[in-house]
Design a protein around this ligand. Structure first.
Ligand code: ZN
Ligand code: ZN
Length: 186
């Protein structure tokens, strides 16, 4: 029986969590048959060919233990996958998927020109907080806060795009307990 290139790639992804990489470390993500079907369906509904780059972006954001990832983190994780592809094509796929609302973007107004993080838009509406010490994004699930913010904006005739957000910046509870000082305020 002939196996198509797309199916061969799916099969390659059907690895167990303990599958080692060449340097002996476990792969950071695995792709089950269900994940592969979801990825194909997501791209099909968006009318996009299921290129390897698009599939890897969706796979990483669906399966990587870190939910919110910057392009740099995504690229680093991608290069360790069995089907690693070119960095520039992969970066283009990230921006393209975000542009088509298949990804949500969280902008962190940090030093320099800021940092973008991406996630799948599959959680209920939430806000984000970026810790300048441990550099992690925390989700804030607080319906009254979100609806108050949206109501106030609507009163000004403004409709926020839920898939593009700016994060609050400061120190998370754990870093405050460790005595960290927010250098972003200086
Ligand atoms: Zn922290
Ligand atoms: Zn989030």
């Amino acid at each position: 029986m002939k196996v198509s290139a797309a199916r061969r790639t799916e099969l390659q992804h059907e690895v167990t969590p303990s599958t080692p990489t060449e340097d002996g470390r476990a792969l950071p993500v695995t792709c089950s048959r269900e994940d592969a079907a979801w990825i194909h369906e997501t791209l099909r509904r968006a009318g996009l060919p299921a290129t390897i780059s698009r599939r890897l972006v969706l796979l990483l954001l669906r399966k990587h233990p870190v939910r919110h990832m910057s392009p740099e983190q995504l690229c680093a994780a991608m290069t360790r996958l069995p089907d690693a592809t070119g960095i520039s094509t992969f970066r283009r796929a990230i921006h393209e998927l975000a542009h088509l609302n298949l990804l949500a973007r969280i902008f962190v107004p940090s030093s320099g020109s800021g940092i973008n993080f991406y996630e799948l838009p599959d959680h209920p509406a939430h806000a984000h907080f970026y810790c300048t010490e441990c550099r992690r994004i925390e989700e804030i699930h607080d319906d009254p806060l979100i609806s108050l913010q949206n109501r106030r904006l609507l009163r000004h005739g403004l409709t926020p795009n839920a898939l593009v957000q700016t994060a609050w910046v400061g120190l998370c509870a754990a870093c405050q307990a460790d005595g960290a000082i927010d250098i972003s305020a200086r």
